[in-house]
Design a protein around this ligand. Structure first.
Ligand code: C5P
Length: 208
């Protein structure tokens, strides 16, 4: 069973994907961490995101077993991830690792932006998790300020909108729901309610 969970930043897709993985005892890959880790590598190397060849080389050299969780979760890493994610050669470099994870025996759950459309168009269940930009900005702002970052809510809202524009507007693998994805809007749902809804959707599909 392959489950694809896509959606914009702070929509709740990661939390939902993790909870589904625990509920179904399936391995889970947060594909955003691959783009974030590449973004950190680009920052560390002092490479410009305009230098597509160098960014793609860093993506190819990424050691997925040595990703520094704390470093990839900063706003700076997220912003750079979204810039380098628009480079087709970077996406190509990260394709195989995602595809291999998805097709392991027993199945898997992957969350990201293009899982249902590009990485696993053959997924058994596709969820597209959304929430309005204000709600998402508030969630991410609370996380970042709790981890010690100082930025205003207005700046966070602007970053959220900018990230949405870039992720949905790029020509290669833009963020969009697959035609056969089920939409789940978490704007007015608690985490528990969102997770319970996702579990219901998947179990209904399994029965069908
Ligand atoms: O999901 P997360 O916010 O960690 O992703 C960081 C960035 O990585 C996204 O804004 C997006 O540009 C990129 N990404 C992507 N495709 C994926 C996962 C993430 O383009 N499957």
């Amino acid at each position: 069973m392959i489950i694809a969970v896509d959606g914009p930043m702070a929509s709740g897709k990661g939390t939902i994907a993790k909870a589904l993985a625990a509920h179904l005892s399936l391995p889970h890959l947060d594909t955003g961490s691959l783009y974030r880790a590449t973004g950190v590598a680009v920052l560390d190397a002092g490479v410009s995101p305009e230098d597509h060849t160098a960014c793609a080389a860093l993506a190819r050299d990424l050691d997925v077993s040595a990703i520094d969780e704390a470093r990839i979760r900063t706003a700076q890493a997220g912003a750079m991830a979204s810039k380098i994610a628009a480079i087709p050669a970077v996406r190509d470099a990260l394709f195989e690792v995602q595809r291999a994870f998805a097709t392991q025996p027993g199945g898997a759950i992957l969350d990201g932006r293009d899982i249902g459309t590009v990485i696993c168009p053959d997924a058994d269940v596709k969820l597209f998790v959304t929430a309005d930009p204000e709600t998402r900005a508030r969630r991410r702002w609370a996380e970042l300020t709790a981890s010690g970052e100082t930025l205003s809510f207005d700046a966070m809202l602007e970053q959220t909108r900018e990230r949405d524009r870039r992720d949905a507007g790029r020509s290669d693998a833009p963020m969009r729901p697959a035609d056969d994805a089920i939409l789940l809007d978490t704007s007015s749902l608690s985490i528990d309610a969102a997770v319970a809804t996702a579990i219901r959707i998947v179990e209904k599909r399994q029965k069908a």
